[in-house]
Design a protein around this ligand. Structure first.
Ligand code: SF4
Ligand code: SF4
Length: 423
């Protein structure tokens, strides 16, 4: 394995604490992932990425910076990667998914905040994540209150650009988001020193659409029974898509999809035919948060779909490629991104409709609606999700958790009873 210590040192990281993080990950990844049987060969790429997770991609980003490019760290699927890519920059997702970073985050934030926000700030201030360290600019967004206020704290330490998200979906809100994307493009041009043209943006829109289509192919393979791939493996592929190079991401996902489609033709699966099928909805599952999927898939069921931002919301809906002016392209980007039904919108009937539609498409036997503790937005929507699913006759289990492992056995008991009840 390559030694990246010099790079981490140059990035100003806390090497001693970072060593502790690096020591813990292989064990948990091995226990959760490498114990699975008959995994698709295409997962070898993603296993390799995890084995070098703080080395190989950060090294590519360092090289991009040496060649004059800029790195934009993002925290939400509303940020249009296309604009950054068109200006020769790279986007890296930064949402923290590990309990390791939470105590550091609690030094600057109240403990009664969602673990995703605490872990993200903990990774920044603890200097233990190269993706934070290598970013030139953070891009925040006004989605939930916790994030809005956290960006003030981050922004005092590193350049942080804030996108003002609409909270409703009226025509003026679409217009507002078009304006927001246009302003974002001005900032990206200033930071990168690259002039954005319709041709460059058109190419980037096409590239990110290809990435979405490739991810969608892998996810669609989960409609089959028997399942050609575990939910855990698809979650890992999706999590890695947030920081990988988009062209390589599309290429590797397409290769994996080819393999899964061949498995479906042969009737080959990783779980026995008829295994209970679960759709997961709720708050995002940022890497390395694999807790929920692992419990479900070691309790006799399989995850077949995630209606979350590290799931369908990341790849559903393509950007219309027909516009030939920047103005038209900003509008097309706005139209696509505003189709995301995050709980930050009010009213938000689209999310419930998505959950019911996806549960049907992926033939889910039940839905697990799992929220991170202290996430008010998704917590409030639990009742409308439960009511809609009850009306459709789809069983639903509502859960709340965080990144710590101390509730794992309790979750296992509740999930096990739910799966049992599915018959
Ligand atoms: S849940 Fe909402 S705020 Fe969080 S990443 Fe998704 S769209 Fe952004
Ligand atoms: S999980 Fe909820 S509280 Fe946490 S960042 Fe996302 S929307 Fe905000």
């Amino acid at each position: 394995m390559t030694d990246y210590r010099d790079m981490w040192q140059d990035l100003g990281m806390d090497l001693e604490t970072h060593d502790l993080l690096c020591a813990a990950l292989p064990q948990s990844f091995g226990d959760i992932y490498l114990t699975q049987e008959n995994r698709p060969e295409g997962m070898a790429f993603y296993d390799f990425v995890v084995s070098e997770i703080h080395g190989i991609r950060p090294a590519e980003l360092v090289k991009l910076k040496e060649d004059g490019g800029k790195v934009f760290g993002t925290f939400c699927v509303f940020v249009p990667d296309e604009v950054v890519v068109a200006c020769g920059g790279a986007v890296t997702g930064l949402c923290g998914g590990s309990q390791f970073w939470v105590p550091e985050g609690e030094k600057v934030l109240p403990s009664g905040m969602c673990p995703l926000i605490k872990a993200s700030l903990g990774a920044h201030f603890g200097k233990t994540c190269p993706y934070f360290s290598v970013s030139d600019v953070y891009v925040g967004e006004t989605t939930c209150d916790g994030k809005k206020k956290a960006y003030e704290i981050l922004g005092a330490d590193k350049q942080t650009y804030l996108m003002d998200m609409p909270q409703m979906k009226r025509p003026q809100d679409y217009e507002k988001w078009t304006g927001g994307i246009s302003a974002f493009a001005r900032m990206v041009q200033e930071v990168t020193g690259v002039e954005l043209t319709a041709e460059k943006l058109g190419d980037a829109i096409h590239l990110i659409n290809e990435k979405r289509q490739a991810l969608a192919r892998v996810h669609a393979a989960r409609k089959a029974d028997p399942l050609p791939i575990s939910g855990k493996d698809v979650l890992l592929m999706t999590q890695i898509a947030f920081f990988d190079d988009p062209a390589r991401c599309a290429q590797m996902a397409n290769a994996l999809a080819d393999e899964l489609e061949a498995r479906i033709e042969r009737g080959e699966g990783v779980f026995p035919k008829g295994t209970k099928r679960i759709l997961v909805t709720g708050t995002p599952l940022a890497i390395p948060n694999w807790k929920l999927h692992h419990i479900i898939e070691t309790s006799g069921a399989a995850v077949v779909c995630e209606e979350i931002c590290t799931g369908t919301r990341y790849f559903e809906h393509l950007v219309d490629e027909s516009a030939t002016t920047l103005e038209g392209q900003f509008q097309a980007l706005s139209d696509r991104y505003m189709q995301n039904n995050c709980a930050c919108f009010t009213p938000n009937p689209g999310r419930v409709e998505d959950i019911v539609r996806l549960a049907r498409e992926y033939r889910a036997d039940g839905v697990i609606d799992c929220n991170l503790k202290f996430c008010t937005l998704y917590d409030v929507e639990k009742s409308s999700v439960a009511a809609a699913l009850e009306q459709e006759g789809i069983p639903c289990l509502a859960l709340e958790t965080d990144y710590a492992d101390n509730d794992s056995e309790q979750l296992r008991t509740r999930i096990g009873a739910f799966i049992e009840m599915l018959g």
